[in-house]
Design a protein around this ligand. Structure first.
Ligand code: ZN
Length: 366
């Protein structure tokens, strides 16, 4: 018999807004680190996993009860972000002490300044490239807490705010360093407010991939880079110097971001031929996202120029167009990008680039 309480988690009380809980470092990576013989590595990883499990449960409760409505402040301009950065001072109470507000000058804490800049870079891409006012399209204030916990090996968006750890300094450095990590997490908010892709299996991997795509575009936009100039990495600068690796993921060459005795090897496939069937990581959401990630990379580099303009616009069209189902599979998403390319650019090089990219990664388009 299915009890009433068991059915509640599938319902939302706030118009279908169903937040996912994604930490930028997936649980399977920390699981492995937690097994390390060196307690300098396993200790922080274990504590980070405990934090994450607690936050994940809290997230579910918030989902059931409905996240508190956060209205933009009265008189807030639609073309400017409304940012607040807090210092958790190595405790786990959120948000902590307010240390920087919108429009105030940078202070001496580099983590605070990077978090503030990263929230701004995310706001800028969505507004200037796609005309979207913050992650909900309605000017949602952007809050962040830095210095969360002790040696905390992660960063996440909890449906209400961003949270950054300092890292353990053995494997991970400060999580405010990569701007694409901030963009990745906030894009989960955009997805929740639009297509609301289910966070499991292929729709979950699409959810992850969209966060990587726009996370990378936020970095490229803030640096003014073209597709050819971009590094197409997620989390560059986050790994400590002793780690054998360059980042958490590579969109250009999935599966090559790291290969390290403590961290293991980057498990991402680039094509359907190597699709990973697993029950871990919500059915491999951070693993199989390598396939749509690589397709986007192929489209963007084939089109050339600034990736957020043509390729990014197509992916944004699909994400926000209303036709992408919550349970969409790779082939459904791919087919919609082909449709978007035809609608926006006609039967030309752009359409050809999109078709060819999906063919190269082994995803069928209808
Ligand atoms: Zn994610």
């Amino acid at each position: 018999m299915v009890s009433h309480s068991a059915m509640v988690p599938s319902m939302t009380t706030n118009g279908g807004f169903k937040p996912v809980f994604c930490t930028i470092v997936p649980p399977h990576v920390l699981d492995r680190l937690a097994q390390a013989e060196d307690s300098a590595l396993s200790g922080p990883a274990r504590r980070s996993l405990e934090h994450d499990a607690y936050q994940r449960t809290k997230r579910r409760l918030t989902t059931v009860l409905g996240a508190p409505a956060v209205a933009p402040p009265i008189g807030a301009a639609a073309d400017r972000p409304h940012r607040t950065v807090y210092d958790a001072r190595h405790r786990q109470d959120l948000p902590g002490t307010k240390v920087r507000e919108e429009g105030s000058e940078p202070g001496t804490d580099a983590s605070v300044n990077r978090a503030y800049a990263g929230l701004g870079a995310t706001f800028d891409l969505y507004l200037k490239a796609y005309g979207r006012n913050s992650i909900d399209g309605e000017g949602l204030p952007l809050d962040a807490s830095v210095h969360f916990g002790t040696d905390y090996d992660n960063a996440f968006w909890n449906g209400e705010q961003m949270v950054f750890g300092d890292g353990d300094n053995e494997i991970f450095l400060d999580f405010t360093i990569p701007v694409d990590v901030i963009g990745h997490e906030l894009t989960h908010g955009v997805t929740q407010h639009t297509a609301n892709l289910t966070y499991f299996g292929q729709p979950g991997a699409l959810n992850e991939s969209l966060s990587d795509v726009f996370g990378s575009l936020i970095k490229q936009y803030s640096l003014g880079q073209t597709a050819a100039e971009a590094d197409w990495l997620i989390g560059a600068g986050l790994l400590a110097p002793s780690v054998h690796g360059t980042a958490l993921r590579s969109m250009k060459a999935p599966g090559t971001a790291y290969d390290d005795p403590n961290l293991g090897k980057d498990p991402q496939p680039a094509t359907m031929e190597h699709y990973v069937r697993t029950g871990r990581d919500n059915g491999g959401v951070h693993i199989n996202s390598g396939i749509p990630n690589h397709a986007f990379y192929l489209v963007a580099t084939a089109m050339g120029g600034h990736s957020w303009e043509k390729a990014g616009q197509l992916w944004y069209d699909v994400l926000t167009g209303g036709e992408l189902k919550q349970q969409a599979l790779f082939t459904d998403f791919a087919t919609l990008t082909v449709k978007a390319a035809r609608e926006r650019y006609g039967a030309g090089d752009e359409l050809e680039a999109v078709r060819k990219a999906w063919e190269q990664v082994g995803v069928r388009t209808l």
